[in-house]
Design a protein around this ligand. Structure first.
Ligand SMILES: [Zn+2]
Length: 634
């Protein structure tokens, strides 16, 4: 490994700093490009520094990892990486973040058709929803799907699993936080545009229709420790069903203990983020403004080279993607909270969006922005020593570096760092329309424990398993809730007396619902924080024995506790006080429904609807049995 740089590199980097690119990191993890002579000389452009066998061998580190940071450049294919490098660092230069990862492979990204004769066959050009779902869940699915399989069954995500295993979690994007890439870690919907309670596309996923809710509402349920991005507009919408019906999602977030932050100053004031007080930072109504001002590609446009200009509307650098990445890492890795490690996903979203708009400078700026976030992640990982960093994209995109101005398709030319001209063509859409994604395989790069698993030709779904294995995630969430128990403060209550049930050991679940019987009274849906919850209850007015039955929303685990109501709240003479304060029951029915959020093909119940029905039927039967059973006498 070499850390020295030749005068050529230094001069290139100095220009880059004063030009388009931002600060250049000095640390080089692995340095195939550290030494250049003039590129016209024999060997002058080579990136290898002699034999790389030894540094490559030392870059292969056994897992497990304590932390994983997954960085996604949306739409960042090889073209987009090369274009940004050429522009900002030169053809012989190096992106300080993306190009510093020592282990690289390629992965396939195709999605699957959902319907008709082609159901299950490859769709060679995927969207961000299918591709994000692939790495978030390990299951290939259809375009438009957010972490549901081709039959609509919700699939457990890395973020959900990390949380269930006691790790801390974060989700950062320059897009609306409801956009597909951030959404795939926190929600399960059939249609990616189901952003909020007002989204007509939610259909059966809407809370009012008995579904899990819109992406924004599910985000609040999933409760990552840190969420940073855009998309505040959806949180001003009002819930139409559920316990928070009639309240805006911002009101709901605050009511459920979130620290809602809307400015860089707000974020700077946050000192801790955890399950009791997670951070929801939404800094723009929609997507973040881009770093560079937009350029418009035209037919013949590459005949007149331009330079990229700063976008005056860009957010302050304290809200750059690198800055938000550092904030998230700081909060997730704080000594008080980091004992079990963390999983963090970071997305540079608008490489894709500017590519769709045939905006060369826009996409270049967003790629540089992501690269700086990668550098921030690597700087942390290098110091930490137990962090796996993976950098990749979701799907390839339109932009191509071409030799001459295309006669029929849109193009733009930019003057690069070296003063040369790079012509960029957009040939998959008409002027003013949306350019298309493309179907080529993508680069995937890794650093740290377990990174060897990105090498070679893999599939996007491999990322799920690489990360789950690196973090040693137990994917059997029902097992993580199997030790659940409920404890009541005493065993006998007066009619109408209020008390709390303390629930512990329900790590596989994020919410709990329940019923107090005999006359059934619903228990409010309650957030389970790190396996524990405090559930406010009211003793029925009917004298006799009663049961509270609590059901974990994600695993279907059932916990019961029994108590007695007497007229004066005192035990009956002879000790007929029921069964005692705490009875845990996480077996039986729970094991029958633990596929509610499973992995298709590896689990018990492939369809949530079926699991929910089974749960409903089972829960009702259980309730009836308990209700009809004579009160046991001690
Ligand atoms: Zn796109």
């Amino acid at each position: 490994m070499k850390s020295s740089t030749s005068p050529r590199v230094r001069s290139v980097r100095r220009v880059a700093t004063g030009c388009a690119a931002a600060a250049i990191a000095t640390t080089v993890l692995f340095s195939p490009s550290a030494a250049f002579a003039e590129t016209a000389d024999n060997g002058g452009a080579q990136r290898n520094d002699g034999d790389n066998t030894v540094p490559l061998r030392s870059a292969i580190v056994d897992g497990p990892a304590t932390n994983v940071i997954l960085l996604i450049g949306d739409g960042m294919g090889d073209s987009e990486i090369t274009i940004a490098r050429n522009y900002a660092y030169g053809a012989a230069g190096q992106l300080p973040g993306i190009d510093a990862l020592p282990l690289t492979g390629q992965y396939t990204t195709y999605s699957l058709y959902k319907d008709g004769a082609r159901k299950g066959k490859p769709d060679y050009v995927p969207d961000s929803a299918a591709t994000g779902s692939a790495w978030a869940t390990g299951t290939k699915t259809y375009d438009n799907a957010v972490s549901v399989d081709i039959n609509g069954a919700p699939q457990q995500t890395l973020l959900e699993l990390a949380k269930a295993n006691g790790l801390r979690t974060g989700n950062v994007s320059t897009a609306e936080i409801q956009d597909a890439t951030p959404a795939v870690q926190v929600a399960h919907v059939a249609s990616r545009s189901c952003y909020g309670p007002d989204s007509a596309s939610c259909g059966a996923d809407a809370l009012a229709a008995g579904g899990l809710g819109s992406i924004s509402e599910q985000l609040l349920d999933t409760r990552p420790d840190v969420t940073l991005g855009g998309g505040s507009a959806s949180f001003t919408q009002t819930a139409k069903a559920g316990d928070w019906s009639g309240k805006t999602l911002f009101e709901q977030a605050e009511g459920r203990g979130y620290q809602v932050v809307k400015t860089a100053a707000d974020l700077a004031g946050v000192t801790a983020a955890n399950q009791e007080a997670p951070v929801l930072g939404l800094f723009t109504p929609g997507n973040f403004p881009t770093r560079f001002a937009a350029t418009t590609a035209t037919v013949g446009g590459a005949n007149t080279p331009v330079s990229c200009a700063a976008n005056p509307d860009r957010l302050g650098t304290d809200l750059s993607l690198a800055s938000l990445t550092n904030s998230a890492i700081d909060l997730l890795n704080s000594p008080a909270e980091s004992s079990k490690g963390f999983f963090l996903q970071v997305e540079g979203a608008s490489i894709d969006k500017r590519d769709h708009s045939a905006d060369a400078c826009g996409q270049i700026g967003e790629t540089i922005d992501l690269d700086e976030a990668v550098r921030a992640a690597l700087d942390f990982a290098e110091k930490d020593g137990n962090t796996l960093v993976i950098v990749t994209a979701d799907h390839a995109h339109t932009s191509q570096i071409v030799d001459s101005t295309p006669p029929t398709s849109l193009s733009t030319a930019v003057t690069t760092l070296e003063g040369s001209v790079m012509k960029i063509s957009y040939g998959t859409g008409a002027a003013g329309g949306s350019q298309q994604h493309t179907g080529a395989q993508l680069r995937v790069a890794g650093y740290g424990p377990g990174a060897a698993n990105v090498v070679g030709l893999i599939d996007q779904t491999d990322n799920f398993f690489t990360i789950a294995n690196a973090l040693r995630l137990n994917r059997d969430t029902a097992a993580l809730s199997a030790g659940a128990k409920a404890t009541l403060p005493k065993t006998v209550f007066a009619p109408g007396e209020t008390f709390d049930a303390a629930l512990t050991g329900l790590a596989g679940d994020r919410q709990i619902t329940g019923v107090v019987a005999s006359e059934p009274v619903a228990v409010p849906k309650t957030d389970v924080l790190a396996g524990s919850a405090t559930i406010p209850l009211t003793a029925p007015t009917e004298l006799g024995e009663h049961t509270v039955t609590l059901t974990g929303s994600q695993t279907g685990t059932i916990v019961t506790a029994r108590f007695t109501v007497t007229a004066d709240g005192q035990p009956l003479p002879g000790g007929a006080t029921g069964t005692g304060g705490a009875t845990g029951n996480a077996g039986g029915l729970a094991s029958a429904v633990n596929g509610a959020l499973a992995s298709t093909g590896a689990a018990v119940f492939p369809i949530l609807g079926a699991a929910a029905l089974a749960l409903l039927a089972g829960g009702t039967a259980l309730y009836r049995r308990r209700h009809n059973r004579p009160i046991p006498r001690a």
